[in-house]
Design a protein around this ligand. Structure first.
Ligand code: ADP
Ligand code: MG
Ligand code: MG
Length: 876
C-alpha cells in the first residue's frame, strides 16, 4: 500500500505530532476526548517534505488523497464543497511539530465564491455575515496564496470606513462588505492578472501549497534558527470546517491560557471579542474584553469552556493555550497547545504542577527551556532610582524584564543600531512578523496598539525580551520618527526605559542591578542538580566573574585566561618590555615585574572559588596583540627600554603575521620563551600555596592548562618546564600539594593523536572555538561575512561557533575522548568553548562522557539545567 498522507482528526492522537504537527495532533486528541471540535483532516508533514522533493509540487496522488478526504468530510458534516444548498467552508491552517507563532499563514472561509456567497446570504437571512466571510477570504487568500500584500486591502477597508463615517469594522454593513469584496477582487486581478479563483478545489490546492511554501519563508527560517527547529521537519496542513464567530452578537472568538503566562498564576487568562473571526482578537483591530466578561455575555458557553480548560490541563499536565469560537452561543474548540510563557512563569508553573501532584520533579526539570533562564539572570532596574523616576505612561505588562535604550522606530533601524553597539528600544504602532529581527535586536519593545496576546506580546515573551504593549496614550508620528507621551515629544535616539513587569514607561535611562537565583528558580535548579551527571564549571578571568558564577552554581573554573590580566594599564608596559627584550635576562626581568601581579590575580580567583578546582590556561594570543600602535606609546616604550623608536618599530613589524590565528601563539610561545611558562607556573603555584596556607580545610589542586598543543613532544617540553618549576617551589615550601598539567584539545592533530598526548596530560579540555575554526578552516571572526549565504542555501542551519557541529567537530571530540582514555584511564575531560553553555551541545557532552562543561557565568544555570535534561533523557 502506498503511504498515507492524510488523516481525519478522528484517526490521529497527541502522540502523532511528528506526522500531524502540533496543531493537528492536538485537534485529533481533543476530538478523541470528546471536545467540540469542528471536524476535518490533517495533511502530514511527510506530504510537505514530498512537496519539496517533487520540486515544490503537490503530486497528483496526494491531491487525489486530499480530495478523497474532502468527500469524507462532506459525509461527516453533511455539507458539500462548492454546494449552493449547503456549502462546506473550511479553514486551511499550518501546523509544524513545534509551534511557530505567526510564522505560517492561515486562510479562513475557503470554499466561497460569488454564487455560494449569494445563496448563503439569502438562506441565512444574515447577508452581513456572508459578505464578511467572503471579503475576509479574498483578503487572506490573496495575501497568503498570491502574496499580493495585506496593505492594499487594509487601505481599501480604511477608505470604506472613512466614506461611511465609521471607525470599526463591525459597523460596516452587508452592502459595504459586498462592495469591498468587489474591490478586493479587482485588486487581485490587477495585481495577479487573472480572475480570483472560484473553484473550491483549486482554492484548496492553492492554499495547501501556500502553507507548504511558507515553511521556507525568510521569517520561518529565522525563527527556526533561533529555536533549533530543523528545516527537514516540514509542516502539516489542517483543513477544518469553519465555526463562525462573526454571525452576530451571540457569536465571538477568543484566546485563553489556563494560567497566567506572564506570572504563572493559576487563573484563567485571556481575551474575547464578540462578532469577530480568526485573528481579530490578536490583530489589535478592536480592543478585546478580558475573558472574565465572557461569563456575563455567554454564561453557558463560558461554563462549558471552564470545564474544557480543567479537562485539558489534567489531560496534558501543563498550562494550555487555547483558541475557541462561539457560534450562536455554542462553543467550538479550535486549538490547544502547551502555552508559551515567560521564564518566571515557567518556573512557577513547573513548581505548582509538582505541588499539585500533576508531574514529577524530573518532568518539571524537563519542561523548562534552558535558554529561557538567561533573561532571569539579567539585570533589573535599580529599585531606588526607579522610585524617583517619573512615570510618563503605562500600558500592558506584556513581557517582563527591564529595558533601557535609545528610541528607534523601525525594525531595520533597531537591527542597524544594535549592530553598531547601541542599546535600543523599538517603538511601533504594532509589530508584525516582518519585524522579528528588529525585535530581537532591541532591549525592549513598546507598541501603541495590541493586547496581551498581540503579536508583539507573544513574540517578545517567547524571546524573553521586555515588552510593553497597547499604549494608546502615545501620539505616534512614524513618518517624522517621533511621538508624544506624557506631554513630551520623543525623537529617535532619545533614551527611554520600559518595565515589562509593570507596564510602566520612564523618560530617560535607568541603571540596572544584577539578578539572583532564589525561590522557584532555586527549587528547579536544585532538582536539576539532583539528576545531572555532568559537572558545570565556568569560564572566568577575574575574582568578580568567578564570584558571580559561584552564585549561579558553578562548581569550578574550567577556563581562566591569563592574558586578559595583561591588558591592564599598569601591566601592559611590563609585557611590552618582555616582548621587546633582546636577551633571556631582559625578558626575565620584565617577567619578574608581572609575576606578583599574576600571583595576586590567582589568589583572588582561588579565594572566590573557595577551594573548588580552577584551570588556569597559560598565555595564548599572538604577541602582536600586546604591542602599541599609537606613536606616543611607542615613544614611551622606546624610552623605557633605552631603544630608539625605529628599533621598537622594527620589533613590532617583525611580529606581523599573515595568519595570526595560526601563527606564533599558544604553547608555541612557551616553546620559544620557556621563561614565560616558568613565570606563570611560579605565579600559579605560589598563589595556591598561599591560599592553602590560609585555608587548611580546602584542598588546593592547581590545574595548569597548556594551550594549542598539536604534537605530544610540544606538550612534553612545556610540561617539563612547568614540573621542574612547580616541584621546586612545592618542595621549598615543605608542602605536599598536588597539581595537574593538562592541555586544550583545539587543533585537529591533537584530537587525532590524543592517545599519544594523553600519556603526558592529566586532563583534556576541548577548546571548541578554535577546534571548530581549525576543523572548518574558517575563522569565527570572518565567518559572519558568508554564513548568511550558507543559511539561505541550507548548507548550514546553525552557526557552528554557537552550536557544536556534532557531525564533524563532535566526531573529533568523541574520538579524542576514546583515544585519550585508552592510554590514560584517569584522564579528566571537559569542554571550555562557547558551546559549553549551549543546551544541545551540553547534551552532546553528556552523551560523549565528558566530566564537565565550562561556560560563561550567566550560562551556568542554563548548562546545569541542560545537563539534567540530558541525563533524564538518557535514562529513558
Ligand atoms: P496560528 O497558528 O497563527 O494561530 P491558526 O491556524 O491557529 O493560526 O488560525 C488563525 C486564526 O483562525 C485563529 O484565531 C483560529 O482560531 C482561527 N481559525 C482557524 N480555523 C478556524 C475554523 N475552522 N473556524 C473558526 N476559526 C478558525
Ligand atoms: Mg497566524
Ligand atoms: Mg492558532
Amino acid at each position: 500500500m502506498s503511504k498515507k498522507y492524510v488523516y481525519l482528526f478522528s484517526e490521529g492522537n497527541a502522540n502523532m505530532r511528528e506526522l500531524l504537527g502540533g496543531k493537528g495532533a492536538n485537534l485529533a486528541e481533543m476530538t478523541n476526548i470528546g471536545l467540540p471540535v469542528p471536524q476535518g483532516f490533517t495533511i502530514t508533514t511527510e506530504a510537505c517534505t514530498q512537496y519539496y522533493e517533487d520540486g515544490r509540487k503537490i503530486s497528483p496522488e496526494i491531491q487525489a488523497e486530499i480530495m478523497e478526504y474532502i468527500t469524507k468530510m462532506e459525509g461527516i458534516t453533511g455539507k458539500k464543497f462548492g454546494d449552493l444548498e449547503n456549502p462546506l467552508l473550511v479553514s486551511v491552517r499550518s501546523g509544524a511539530r513545534a509551534s511557530m507563532p505567526g510564522m505560517m499563514d492561515t486562510i479562513l472561509n475557503l470554499g466561497l465564491n460569488e454564487d455560494v456567497v449569494e445563496v448563503m446570504a439569502k438562506k441565512s437571512g444574515n447577508p452581513r455575515w456572508a459578505w464578511d466571510c467572503y471579503r475576509r477570504f479574498i483578503q487572506m487568500y490573496s495575501d497568503v496564496v498570491m502574496e499580493v500584500g495585506k496593505k492594499y486591502f487594509e487601505q481599501l477597508i480604511d477608505q470604506m470606513k472613512e466614506a461611511r463615517g465609521v471607525t470599526q469594522d463591525v459597523e460596516l454593513t452587508a452592502e459595504d462588505l459586498k462592495e469591498l469584496a468587489g474591490q478586493f477582487k479587482a485588486e487581485y486581478k490587477s495585481k495577479i492578472g487573472t480572475d480570483f479563483p472560484t473553484d473550491p478545489k483549486e482554492q484548496l490546492m492553492g492554499a495547501v501549497q501556500a502553507v507548504f511554501r511558507s515553511w521556507d519563508n525568510p521569517r520561518a527560517n529565522v525563527y527556526r534558527r533561533d529555536n533549533d527547529i530543523p528545516y527537514s521537519w516540514g509542516t502539516a496542513v489542517n483543513v477544518q470546517s469553519m465555526a463562525f464567530g462573526n454571525m452576530g452578537d451571540d457569536c465571538g472568538t477568543g484566546v485563553a491560557f489556563t494560567r497566567n503566562p506572564a506570572t504563572g498564576e493559576k487563573k484563567l487568562f485571556g481575551e474575547f471579542l464578540t462578532n469577530a473571526q480568526g485573528e481579530d482578537v490578536v490583530a489589535g483591530v478592536r480592543t478585546p474584553m478580558p475573558i472574565s466578561q465572557m461569563a456575563e455575555k455567554f454564561p453557558e458557553a463560558f461554563a462549558q469552556f471552564q470545564n474544557v480548560c480543567h479537562l485539558l490541563e489534567n489531560h496534558y499536565h501543563d498550562m494550555q493555550d487555547m483558541e475557541f469560537t462561539v457560534e450562536n452561543g455554542r462553543l467550538y474548540m479550535l486549538q490547544t497547545r502547551n502555552g508559551k510563557r515567560t521564564p518566571a512563569a515557567a518556573l512557577k508553573i513547573a513548581c505548582d504542577l509538582v505541588d499539585e501532584g500533576q508531574i514529577s520533579e524530573k518532568q518539571a526539570v524537563a519542561m523548562i527551556d534552558p535558554r529561557s533562564l538567561d533573561t532571569l539572570l539579567h539585570p533589573q532596574f535599580d529599585a531606588e532610582v526607579l522610585k524617583k523616576t517619573p512615570v510618563i505612561g503605562s500600558a500592558l505588562a506584556a513581557s517582563p524584564g527591564a529595558a533601557c535604550g535609545k528610541i528607534v522606530f523601525t525594525a531595520d533601524d533597531a537591527k542597524a543600531w544594535a549592530e553598531r553597539g547601541e542599546k535600543v528600544v523599538l517603538v511601533r504602532l504594532e509589530t508584525s512578523p516582518e519585524d522579528i529581527e528588529g525585535m530581537k535586536a532591541a532591549q525592549g519593545i513598546l507598541t501603541v496598539r495590541g493586547g496581551m496576546t498581540s503579536h508583539a506580546a507573544v513574540v517578545a515573551r517567547g524571546m524573553g525580551t521586555c515588552c510593553v504593549s497597547g499604549c494608546g496614550a502615545i501620539k505616534m508620528d512614524e513618518e517624522n520618527k517621533c511621538f508624544e507621551l506624557g506631554g513630551k515629544v520623543f525623537h529617535e535616539g532619545d533614551w527611554l526605559s520600559l518595565d515589562g513587569s509593570t507596564g510602566k514607561i520612564y523618560d530617560g535611562a535607568i541603571p540596572t542591578v544584577d539578578a539572583s537565583i532564589g525561590g522557584e528558580f532555586g527549587r528547579v535548579m536544585g532538582w536539576a542538580d539532583k539528576y545531572r551527571r555532568l559537572k558545570v564549571r565556568t569560564n572566568a578571568d577575574t575574582p568578580h566573574d568567578a564570584a558571580q558564577a559561584r552564585t549561579f552554581g558553578a562548581e569550578g573554573i574550567g577556563l581562566c585566561r591569563t592574558e586578559h590580566m595583561f591588558f591592564d594599564e599598569d601591566r601592559i608596559p611590563a609585557i611590552r618590555e618582555m616582548i621587546c627584550s633582546d636577551t633571556v635576562e631582559q625578558r626575565e626581568k620584565a617577567l619578574a615585574k608581572l609575576e606578583p601581579m599574576q600571583q595576586g590575580d590567582f589568589e583572588g580567583i582561588y579565594e572566590a572559588m573557595e577551594g573548588l578546582p580552577v584551570t588556569i590556561r597559560f598565555l595564548d594570543p599572538p604577541l602582536h596583540e600586546f604591542v602599541p600602535t599609537e606613536e606616543a606609546d611607542i615613544e614611551k616604550l622606546a624610552a623605557d627600554m633605552g631603544k630608539t623608536v625605529t628599533e621598537i618599530k622594527a620589533i613590532i613589524a617583525g611580529l606581523h603575521e599573515f595568519n595570526p590565528m595560526m601563527g606564533h601563539r599558544g604553547c608555541r610561545l612557551a616553546v620559544t620563551y620557556p621563561e614565560i611558562a616558568a613565570m606563570q607556573t611560579r605565579a600559579v603555584i605560589k598563589a595556591a600555596l598561599n591560599v592553602q596556607a590560609k585555608h587548611p580545610d580546602w584542598t588546593m589542586v592547581p590545574e595548569i592548562m597548556i594551550p594549542l598543543v598539536g604534537e605530544v613532544k610540544e606538550l612534553k617540553y612545556v610540561k617539563s618546564v612547568v614540573v621542574e618549576t612547580a616541584d621546586k617551589l612545592i618542595k621549598e615550601a615543605g608542602s605536599d600539594m598536588k597539581y595537574l598539567v593538562g592541555t586544550m584539545i583545539e587543533i585537529p592533530r591533537a584530537a587525532l593523536t590524543a592517545d599519544e598526548i594523553a600519556k603526558q596530560a592529566d586532563f583534556f579540555s576541548f577548546g571548541t572555538n578554535d577546534l571548530t575554526q581549525m576543523t572548518f578552516g574558517f575563522s569565527r571572526d570572518d565567518a559572519g561575512k558568508f554564513l548568511d549565504a550558507y543559511y539561505d542555501r541550507k548548507i548550514y542551519e546553525n552557526d557552528p561557533f554557537a552550536k557544536l557541529d556534532q557531525t564533524g567537530v563532535g566526531r573529533l571530540v568523541d574520538m579524542a575522548c576514546k583515544l585519550g582514555r585508552k592510554t590514560n584511564p584517569d584522564l579528566h575531560l571537559g569542554i571550555c568553548g562557547e558551546h559549553g553553555g549551549d543546551p544541545s551541545s551540553v547534551e552532546f557532552c553528556h552523551r560523549t562522557g565528558l566530566d564537565y562543561v565550562s561556560c560563561s557565568p550567566f550560562r551556568v544555570p542554563i548548562a546545569r539545567l541542560a545537563a539534567a535534561q540530558a541525563a533524564i533523557k538518557d535514562a529513558q
